[in-house]
Design a protein around this ligand. Structure first.
Ligand code: SAH
Length: 367
């Protein structure tokens, strides 16, 4: 009978250390093994030539380094790469690698699908299937990291792929720790951005870690009435409560919170909305990231026109709000979160298709 193996990336540093000791090896072996996997990009335990053979054999018996298959690997003309990964249970997840000057930013998913139901987003169209495990969240990083040449490293991570990271904090937090840990991936917390629809209690939980992660709030509307239409979970929360939690996050961590605002043509991109947004954020130490909507074929919502986008930016700037507009990347490879999986699922059931989009070109804040 073959023994069910554990996914290596699901193990915390402490758990691996304890396991090494149980097997009769000194604690320092754990860090050595983690460096091989996270830092030196080996794909098998056997390649760890300074780890005793007996330990390598035990590792091979007990652990898998990878659990997913690369189902599709797309490369954009701008250098952006996207992976559609098939999970062990047949579900799919997506992740993206973006290149810009010295930055190597990866955008990863936290759930299969999403329960939040934002009306313009492809990830939520089929609801949420399940949480990704810590190991599955990290495996996306391992896979993308292995696409880079030896001299390059991932510099920034954004949790802006499929899913609501704060709805899966129990698996996301250990993944963030491994991302951050020296000896594992060693990516500074200031280079890691967690994007949320705005779940106040969970924002407070994240703040309590007292880490320097960037927090991005997906606001998308300046008033509760409009926001509830666009982001249905707003109904039970409200913008004020989210902003209170965001302020607490800033107080506790010293990290400026950014607000994502997806511009939907004719819905939330008017002059009046820009003024309302400026009034809402007045006096806040906030930054707005405008994202012109990436059209999703099965949805009737549209991208804003360029003049309206420009006017929106100008109005915010005139009112003293810090604003950047997200650049387009990977437009030719369905780089936007949820698009590829949606296509995959739909090709299995209906013949609905989704247009190529470019949402994942988020520029992480604070760098
Ligand atoms: N659930 C989290 C993280 C995933 S979405 C959140 O809501 O923040 C990451 C970002 O992509 C969010 O700001 C989301 O609103 C945006 N987004 C999703 N679909 C989009 C689309 N079709 N066009 C533009 N931005 C989109």
């Amino acid at each position: 009978m073959t023994q069910q193996k554990t996914l290596f990336t699901d193990l915390s540093r402490d758990a691996l250390t304890a396991w090494c000791q149980e097997q009769g090896f000194p604690a320092y072996r754990a860090d050595q093994i983690r460096r091989w996997i996270y830092g030196k990009r080996v794909n098998s335990f056997d390649e760890m030539h300074d780890v005793p053979k007996a330990l390598r054999e035990l590792l091979t018996q007990h652990y898998d380094i990878f659990s997913m298959e690369i189902e599709r690997h797309l490369v954009s003309s701008d250098g952006t790469e996207k992976l559609l990964l098939r999970l062990a249970d047949g579900e799919h997840t997506e992740c993206v690698l973006m290149r810009e000057s010295d930055r190597r930013t990866v955008c990863i998913s936290s759930q299969v699908g999403c329960a939040m139901g934002c009306v313009f987003c492809a990830s939520g169209l089929l609801g949420v299937k399940r949480n990704l495990s810590t190991g599955e969240i990290l495996e996306q990083i391992l896979r993308l990291d292995r696409l880079l040449p030896p001299e390059e490293r991932i510099t920034n991570v954004v949790l802006m792929g499929m899913g609501e990271p704060l709805a899966n904090l129990k698996n996301v937090i250990p993944a963030l720790n491994t991302l951050n840990e020296n000896g594992a991936l060693g990516i500074g917390a200031r280079r890691i951005t967690v994007s949320t629809v705005g779940l106040p209690d969970k924002i407070r939980e994240l703040a309590a870690l007292d880490m320097q992660f960037n927090l991005a709030i997906s606001l998308h509307a300046p008033t509760d009435q409009l926001r509830t239409e666009i982001v249905p979970v707003n109904k039970g929360t409200g913008i004020q409560e989210i902003m209170r939690a965001a302020n607490e996050y800033f107080q506790k961590t010293g990290r400026r919170v950014s607000y994502e605002y997806c511009l939907l043509g004719g819905v939330n991109d008017g002059e009046v909305h820009a003024r309302q947004l400026a009034a809402l954020l007045k006096g806040e130490n906030a930054h707005v990231n405008l994202i012109p909507m990436n059209p999703v074929d099965s949805l009737s919502l549209q991208a804003p026109t360029q003049p309206r986008t420009k006017q929106f930016v100008d109005t915010l700037t005139t009112h003293g709000v810090n604003v950047t507009t997200r650049k387009r990347k990977g437009a030719d490879i369905d780089a936007a979160c949820g698009q590829l999986r949606l296509k995959q699922e739909q090709s299995q059931s209906t013949n609905v298709t989704v247009l190529p989009t470019d949402l994942s070109s988020e520029r992480p804040v604070g760098e």
